[in-house]
Write a protein that binds this ligand. Structure first.
Ligand SMILES: Nc1ncnc2c1ncn2[C@@H]1O[C@H](COP(=O)(O)OP(=O)(O)OP(=O)(O)O)[C@@H](O)[C@H]1O
Length: 412
C-alpha cells in the first residue's frame, strides 16, 4: 500500500507544521509501506537534506535527522503506532473490502461516525467517497434524518445561495413563493458536499459563516434560522494545493476537515476484487459467478475509474457470460488503457491457445503499465517502486524484461 500518510511543511494544513520561512508550504510526505516509513520531498524549493546530501526519497531510520529550510527535524518511528488497527469486519454499510487499507478505513469510520465532526473524504473518482459518506450517516445518531447530496460542480452560481439556504417570497424575480434550501431540508441529518473544492469563492465565504454560526438566513430574509446538520464533504484533488494557490479558503478547510479519511484507489487493493465483484453482481440482481482467471485478469488492470468502472465492466461481462459464469474473455479488453479505442480493443489478440493469448495480454499490460508508471515518476525507480508497491529489484527486473529499463519514455 502506498500513499501519503502525513505531510510536513510550513502550511497549517500539514500534519506536522514547521514554522520556518525557508520551508515550503507542503515540504515533504511521510509514507508507510508495510513497516517501513519513507520520506518523499514534495517538490520543495529549498530541498530536503540528509547531512550534506539533498534527497528526494529516503527511508527513515530511528533517530534520523533531516534538514528542511533552517530547521533540523528528528524522527522517531513508533512502528506500533503508525495507523489504526484494521477492523476485523469486511464491510461497513454498503462498502465491502478485505484489504488491510480498507479494513483500516472501516475501523476509522467506526470510531468517527457517531461523533459530530466534519469529515473530509479524499480519493480518486469512483473509489466510493459518496458510499463512505452514506455509511457515516447511516452509522451516526442522525441516521433517521435526511441525507442530502450537494454536488458543488452542479450548483449554478446565480442560484446557488438560494438552493443552499432557501429564499423568501419575492426575494428576486421569479421567487413566487418561499422555498427552503438544502441546509434546512437536511435538519436532523447530514449534508454531503461532493467535489467541495469546486465551490466558488463567494460561496466559500458564505458557507464558512454558516458553519461557524450554525445558522442560515434565507435569501431576501432577515431572521437567522438555526441549522442542525452534520457536514461531510468529498474531494478528488488535494485541497492543500488549492489553498496554496489561493483557490480554497484555509479556514473553511479546517471547518470541513476536522477528520480526514482517504479512500485508496482500486489498483492498490486487488485483494478486494472478489468481494467487490460478488457485492456488485448481487446489487445488479445478477446471478452470474466470476471465475478465477477472470478475477486474475481484473487484478492486472489499473482502473482509472475505480469501483464505478469495475461495476460497468461487470454489468457488460454478465450480459456476455455463458452458463452464468464470467470468464476471462468476458472481461478482456476492458479497464486500463485497453478500454480506449476500437482499434486498441482489436489489437488485443484473443485468438490461439489460452496460455499464449494470456501471455501476450500480460506483456501488453505490463508494458503499458510500466511505461505510464515510469513516466509518472519521471524515471525515478524508487518513487515508481513505492507507487506501484513493487520491490525495487523486482521492478527493475520487470522493466528489463519488457525492454523499458533506462529508456526515455517521453514519447511513449
Ligand atoms: N468498497 C465498496 N463496496 C461496495 N461498493 C462500492 C465500494 N466502493 C464503491 N462502490 C460503488 O461504486 C460506485 C461508485 O462509488 P461512489 O459514487 O461512492 O464514488 P465517488 O468516489 O463518490 O465518485 P466521484 O468522485 O466520481 O463522485 C457506487 O455504485 C458505489 O456503491
Amino acid at each position: 500500500m502506498v500513499r501519503a500518510n502525513a505531510t510536513v511543511g510550513r502550511h497549517p494544513t500539514n500534519d506536522f507544521v514547521v514554522d520556518d520561512p525557508r520551508v515550503s508550504g507542503v515540504h515533504l510526505e511521510l509514507t508507510r509501506v508495510g513497516s517501513r516509513v519513507l520520506v518523499h520531498d514534495a517538490g520543495s524549493t529549498n530541498g530536503t537534506w540528509l547531512g550534506p546530501h539533498r534527497v528526494r526519497d529516503v527511508e527513515l531510520v530511528k533517530g534520523a535527522e533531516l534538514t528542511i529550510g533552517d530547521s533540523l527535524i528528528r524522527f522517531d518511528v513508533d512502528r506500533d503506532a503508525v495507523s489504526p488497527a484494521p477492523a476485523a469486519r469486511e464491510s461497513f454499510g454498503e462498502l465491502v473490502g478485505r484489504s488491510a487499507v480498507m479494513r483500516e478505513l472501516f475501523s476509522t469510520l467506526e470510531r468517527i461516525s457517531a461523533k459530530e465532526l466534519g469529515v473530509l473524504i479524499q480519493g480518486e473518482t469512483g473509489t466510493g467517497k459518496e458510499e463512505v459518506a452514506r455509511a457515516i450517516h447511516a452509522q451516526s445518531n442522525r441516521a433517521a434524518g435526511p441525507f442530502i447530496v450537494i454536488d458543488a460542480t452542479a450548483l449554478p452560481e446565480a442560484l446557488a445561495e438560494s438552493l443552499l439556504f432557501g429564499h423568501e417570497k419575492g426575494a428576486f424575480t421569479g421567487a413566487h413563493e418561499r422555498r427552503i434550501g438544502f441546509f434546512e431540508a437536511a435538519r436532523g441529518g447530514t449534508v454531503f458536499i461532493d467535489e467541495v473544492g469546486e465551490l466558488p469563492s463567494t460561496l466559500q465565504a458564505k458557507f464558512l459563516r454558516v458553519l461557524e454560526r450554525r445558522e442560515i438566513t434565507r435569501v431576501g430574509g432577515h431572521t437567522p434560522l438555526p441549522i442542525d446538520v452534520r457536514v461531510v464533504s468529498a474531494t478528488n484533488r488535494d485541497l492543500r494545493t488549492a489553498i496554496e494557490r489561493g483557490k480554497f479558503r484555509e479556514d473553511l478547510y479546517f471547518r470541513l476537515a476536522q477528520v480526514r479519511v482517504f479512500v485508496p484507489p482500486l489498483r492498490q487493493r486487488a485483494e478486494d476484487l472478489g468481494l467487490l465483484c460478488a457485492k456488485l453482481l448481487a446489487r445488479a440482481n445478477s446471478s452470474a459467478m466470476i471465475d478465477v482467471d477472470a478475477l486474475e485478469r481484473l487484478s492486472t488492470m489499473s482502473w482509472p475509474g475505480n469501483v464505478r468502472e469495475l461495476n460497468n465492466v461487470l454489468l457488460r461481462a454478465s450480459a456476455l457470460a455463458q452458463d452464468g459464469v464470467i470468464r476471462s474473455q468476458d472481461v478482456a479488453g476492458e479497464g486500463d488503457g485497453f478500454r480506449g479505442t476500437e482499434g486498441e480493443r482489436n489489437a488485443l489478440d484473443l485468438s490461439g491457445r489460452f496460455s499464449e493469448a494470456k501471455e501476450r495480454a500480460i506483456e501488453r499490460f505490463e508494458r503499458a503499465y510500466l511505461a505510464l508508471l515510469m513516466k509518472r515518476c519521471q524515471g525515478n525507480l524508487s518513487a515508481a517502486s513505492r507507487e506501484a508497491d513493487v520491490a525495487r529489484h523486482h521492478l527493475r527486473d520487470l522493466l528489463k524484461k519488457r525492454g523499458l529499463y533506462g529508456v526515455s519514455l517521453d514519447d511513449e
